[in-house]
Design a protein around this ligand. Sequence first.
Ligand code: ATP
Ligand code: MG
Length: 298
Amino acid sequence: MATKVISFINFKGGVGKTASTVNLAACLAAYHRKKVLVVDLDPQCNSSLWLLQPEEWRKHVDGAARSVHQLFRDHINGTHVFDFDQAVIRGVPRRDGYPLISHLDLLPASVDLLRIEDQIYQNKYSQFFTFLHKSLKPHFSEYDYVFFDCPPNLYAVTKNALFASDYCLVPYVPDYLSLSGFQVLAEEVDLFAHKISGFVTGRRRVSIAALLVSHYRKVGNVFDHSINELEIQLAQIKAAGQVHPKTLILHPYIRHCVAVAESTSEHLPVTLHKQTSNGAQDYYQLAQSFDQHFGSLK
Ligand SMILES: Nc1ncnc2c1ncn2[C@@H]1O[C@H](COP(=O)(O)OP(=O)(O)OP(=O)(O)O)[C@@H](O)[C@H]1O
Ligand SMILES: [Mg+2]
């Protein structure tokens, strides 16, 4: 299978971008023998801290040199310090030095990533969105999937992720405000994809190709109503050609589940933390439909 590079995006915060990046990556690597790279692009460092213990993370990034921040800093300063093989952590999470999921690799973030946005805008690079792709492209072929865990915005770092990606996946918590946000997000991604098309040669231009529902609760019919509305909106957006023609809402929906929240402080994907929980079962099944869907996209 050719590598699929996928950005997990939504400019709404707390909708499960990190949870789905980490848990889908873990299930694909552990149960489907896929080789997966998670790239943490968020200065909150949430996927790094989910998959590493704080001490392990601090020691590894050590002043940000072995983190994704250095990659951006090199492009800004004209240096060549970033070394993928030094920065990537192969087989995460680890316990007593041994990988628990050998096919899951992590390129961690550091909080210094916060400064990159300002530095990029101050320097007014015309092709700032190509930095990430230039540095990581030689390593993509090692993987079946490369996942970018994006911050909750569409600023410079997320635009780098979009430029480097084949597809986007949008995690979505069904409510009225998210619905209006999705339309704007689809328009913005489509607009950006058109803008960069002159720079994208010999590969597909990024498009939104799937949504997933997170924090799902069967209370009243608020959630089901919102998902129906989302289906209707998605059909319109598809007809307007603003997303991939095969875009769908993946199943099953990820239920709200305490074990998922708990697993963050255990620094484990939920499938390793509590395999029998609703969250672990939902992500296990979601990984199957995710792999089928993205495997079928040309
Ligand atoms: N299925 C779930 N059930 C319960 N809690 C969850 C679930 N999925 C995620 N959470 C919790 O919800 C919070 C937000 O999730 P997450 O960090 O994945 O969102 P995000 O979109 O990445 O947020 P941000 O925009 O800040 O990056 C986290 O504290 C996480 O532990
Ligand atoms: Mg996040």
